[in-house]
Design a protein around this ligand. Structure first.
Ligand code: DC
Length: 231
């Protein structure tokens, strides 16, 4: 097991395979994996459940007022998968639903929400070797991260992957709806004022359109081991 503990940031577009890469990397290195998107999804679920956001409304002040009541934590299940909890309740599958995906970019654009999540992201990472995935990890959360990846892939490839992932649990899912949601989220994530999605100057670009998961992992792992071993 490598000795030196580093921070690895994995940022990129929606459904580009960054969480798959981050999880695999963490496992190989014996590091913790943190899914920052799950935190924004959990806040969004809270807002939906409490009628703070909906089809034609978003009560931003109410959300900000309630931020202290939103407690997010992670646990591991028997298989080692990370499970997201919102106020003590397992919300892992609910936060992946399209209902949450449709509103999460609006919620994650709020400065106060981001501030709170970044505090949590840094707290959870203290004293650990960590792989964290998101949109602003290399630019805002850990600008000092020793290794940064920016992951991308063709939009149809990304849509197909997301569709395949969600289809089993959502038999009525529509490919075009998934694609529309991805394009819309990318647009909002890139154009927002607060911590927009962008490649950090020192991030390594991985376009995995034509890469298998294994090929992608091997590229990233080799670079991580070089950093860890100081070469
Ligand atoms: O990675 P994901 O698709 O689960 O993320 C859900 C949303 O959360 C994404 O559309 C943008 C937002 N997000 C963010 O703004 N900053 C992060 N570090 C991670 C996610």
């Amino acid at each position: 097991m490598p000795e030196k503990k580093i921070k690895i940031a994995v940022d990129g577009y929606s459904s580009c395979g960054k969480s798959t890469l981050a999880k695999q990397l963490a496992k190989q290195l014996g590091y913790i994996y943190i899914d920052s998107g799950a935190m924004y999804r959990a806040v969004t679920l809270y807002a939906l459940n409490n009628n703070i956001i909906g089809k034609d409304f978003f009560n931003i002040d109410e959300l900000i007022k309630n931020l202290d009541k939103i407690k997010i934590h992670f646990e591991k299940d028997r298989l080692g998968n990370t499970i997201t909890f919102l106020n003590g309740k397992n919300v892992e599958s609910t936060i992946r639903k399209i209902r949450v995906s449709s509103f999460v970019s609006q919620v994650s654009a709020i400065a106060e929400v981001r501030k709170q999540m970044v505090v949590l992201q840094r707290q959870l990472s203290e004293n650990y070797g960590v792989v964290m995935d998101g949109r602003d990890i290399g630019t805002v959360v850990f600008p000092e991260a020793e290794l940064k990846f920016f992951v991308t892939a063709d939009v149809d490839v990304r849509t197909q992957r997301r569709y395949d992932e969600l289809k089993e649990k959502n038999p009525d899912l529509n490919f075009d709806e998934v694609k529309k949601n991805l394009i819309q989220r990318d647009k909002l994530d890139k154009s927002r004022k607060e911590s927009p999605l962008k490649q950090a100057d020192d991030a390594i670009l991985i376009d995995n359109t034509n890469l298998s998961r294994e090929e992608q992992l091997n590229i990233a792992l080799e670079l991580a081991l070089k950093k860890i071993n100081g070469s």
